[in-house]
Ligand binder design. Structure first.
Ligand SMILES: [Zn+2]
Length: 238
């Protein structure tokens, strides 16, 4: 496409029989270029906009600056757009444990009983109840989120393939935001939303396509309840 446009832009008009033909040629050329540009824009993914829209909608829901009926309608609308924009672009259904170097032994509670979906409503934002998530605890000496022995940060990887639809890249004590720094990833094949919270650093942006196992963040202790020293370092994974 770029090559074709260069050819069209830089080739000289053929002056065959005077000025009128030259102008006609030029106009035709401009029209043709415009048509090509429009066609090219059609092929550009609407994806970036959809993800940015989801990113800002998520903040509005979190901060309760949107009523839940309007929010619901928007979520349904954006869900459809996300599937339309990304289905087939993230095909792999393989999954990876989201805390690098760890496995199911790090899951909090007994036999997964930490997972308590009852009382949770996404539209309650930061005031939500329930805990439809697993807390994945790391081995550490201090409350520093660093890998024991190496002193390196603990990497958080994508559980499944998907597209990044929301990120909260900054959080400072005493912000009341419970997730702290977090990432939302959508998998269009399963229509599932994954939420990774209490991060030290986010490494992805809305619109990024990620593969299962790809590093998306470093684990931290951000978030209203994860920050105090009494809380062992963990990933909140929903
Ligand atoms: Zn949790």
């Amino acid at each position: 496409m770029t090559h074709l446009m260069n050819v069209l832009l830089y080739c000289r008009p053929v002056r065959q029989s005077g000025k009128n033909l030259f102008l006609a040629d030029n106009n035709m050329r401009i029209t043709f270029i415009l048509i090509l540009l429009l066609a090219f824009m059609q092929t550009l993914p609407a994806s970036a906009t959809v993800c940015d829209d989801w990113n800002s909608l998520e903040k509005s829901i979190r901060d309760s600056t949107i009523d839940s009926n309007t929010a619901r309608k928007k979520v349904i609308e954006l869900d459809r757009l996300l599937i339309d924009s990304f289905a087939g672009r993230t095909g792999n259904q393989e999954v990876r444990f989201p805390v690098k170097g760890y496995g199911p032994e790090s899951i909090g509670g007994r036999h997964g009983n930490d997972f308590k979906p009852s009382g949770y409503n996404f539209y309650d934002g930061n005031r939500h109840g329930g805990h439809p998530a697993h807390d994945l605890f790391i081995r550490e000496t201090g409350r520093d989120a660093l890998v024991k022995g190496t002193g390196k940060p603990t990497e958080i990887v994508a559980f499944a393939d998907g597209v990044v639809i929301a990120v909260n890249q900054s959080w400072e004590y005493p912000s009341p935001i419970r997730g702290g720094k977090y990432v939302w990833i959508f998998n269009p094949e399963s229509n599932r939303f994954y939420y990774y919270a209490h991060l030290a650093k986010t490494l992805v942006s809305p619109g990024d396509l990620v593969k299962a196992g790809e590093t998306i963040a470093l684990l931290g202790r951000t978030g209203k309840n994860a920050y105090p020293k009494r809380s062992p370092t963990h990933l909140h994974f929903m």
